[in-house]
Design a protein around this ligand. Structure first.
Ligand code: GLA
Length: 366
């Protein structure tokens, strides 16, 4: 048995831009999912999860597609990857997999991509050596989209497989996914060394469960497609001047599009400033602008996330914003080293005062 590992992520900036062919800027979390696996000869896929003791699943390799409806949700992410390798012509004689995830589920920290990417790396090394990272990302995303039923983009899978320590990953999704692109086209490692700058990135999980397979995420995607169609462009990535948005008749669609256009600009501004050696504290106001846009234009924040952002800023954070798909999940806050505990306490107190039932769970990236 060997073990493969993939991390969760937070996105510094660039939310809901990936499926609009735009730009994202994630960093890996120090929290990972492990996949221990070996090939077997019995034409069966057996999966077990340390987090679901007593719920092992066994499916005949030839029946993976039909089995989808009768297996538990967590196992769909794993078996979706196994099935996708087969669909793409890689022989799988039989496989035994155990997963062990430390990325909190439903926190907007991409636990599902950590899971699919850990399994995808195992499958590559066991059944398809030499498979490139772009295809691996595509396999993990397809498993999540088609087998687990969550219509996500490729932000999370790319972060899980491409982020490197001390850097944020600037990904130009259109260039990276272009037909015939090389594995590193559209990828740039941007220096983001918090320790050298005396900073920490605090991840505050509000405890409000977030779900990409819920309807809100799919609706936002559809709204972006409608807005791009009305403007006559392939994707909202192609809009760079805000003035063009006046041609969208529906005010809701216009606001959705405005979020995407301004968010892409925020990604590029932050990447440029970090590349130019600026003090990362300077990106704080741009993070806050990103949150405001997600709250007011894209309408994917929640009162709890808004409260945590406000409390973090009031307690001295340089910037704070909700991360991930939204409708619950986590907030990031950029704080001076040593301030994380105080900021987290302030956020927890604000939520408790607002009658929020769950405590805030804290991860520190330093
Ligand atoms: C989820 C999806 C990603 C991305 C983000 C929002 O995490 O999995 O593909 O769309 O939401 O930026």
């Amino acid at each position: 048995m060997s073990t493969w590992v993939a991390p969760g992520r937070v996105n510094i900036i660039g939310e809901h831009t990936d499926y609009n062919d735009g730009f994202v800027l994630p960093v890996a979390l120090p929290l990972v999912t492990r996949c221990t696996a070996r090939l077997t000869a019995d034409a069966t896929a057996r999966v077990a999860s340390r987090q679901r003791p007593g719920e092992p699943v066994a499916v005949a390799i030839g029946e993976l597609a039909e089995a989808r409806e009768r297996i538990p949700g967590w196992a769909r992410y794993v078996l979706g990857v196994v099935g996708e390798f087969r669909t793409r012509g890689h022989a799988v004689p039989g496989i035994e997999i155990e997963v062990d995830g430390a990325v909190p589920i439903g926190a907007g920290l991409a636990s599902s991509a950590a899971l699919t990417c850990a399994v995808a790396q195992a499958m590559r090394d066991l059944c398809a050596p030499g498979l490139g990272v772009r295809e691996l990302i595509d396999i993990a995303a397809t498993a999540e989209n088609e087998y687990a039923g969550a219509p996500t983009g490729i932000l999370d899978q790319s972060a899980a497989l491409l982020c490197t320590p001390g850097h944020a990953l600037l990904l130009d999704v259109r260039r990276f996914t272009a037909v015939g692109a090389a594995d590193n086209d559209g990828c740039q490692q941007i220096p983001f060394d918090l320790a050298t700058s005396g900073l920490e990135l605090l991840v505050l999980d509000t405890g409000e469960p977030h779900e990409n397979a819920g309807g809100g995420y799919a609706r936002r995607r559809a709204e972006c497609v409608s807005a791009a169609r009305e403007l006559g462009v392939p994707a909202l990535r192609d809009v760079t001047a805000l003035g063009e948005l006046g041609r969208i008749a529906d005010p809701v669609l216009r606001r959705r599009a405005r979020h995407v256009v301004t968010e892409n600009a925020r990604v590029l501004t932050i990447a440029e400033s970090l590349c130019g050696g600026a003090d990362p504290r300077e990106i704080g106001p741009i993070l806050v602008a990103g949150h405001t846009s997600l709250r007011d234009d894209f309408e994917v924040s929640t009162p709890a996330s808004d409260d945590v952002v406000d409390a973090a800023l009031a307690a001295g954070a340089y910037g704070a914003r909700m991360v991930g798909g939204g409708f619950g999940g986590s907030v990031i806050a950029l704080v001076d080293r040593g301030r994380s505990a105080a900021v987290a306490l302030a956020a927890g107190q604000r939520l408790a005062a607002a009658g929020h039932p769950n405590p805030v769970t804290v991860t520190v990236i330093s």
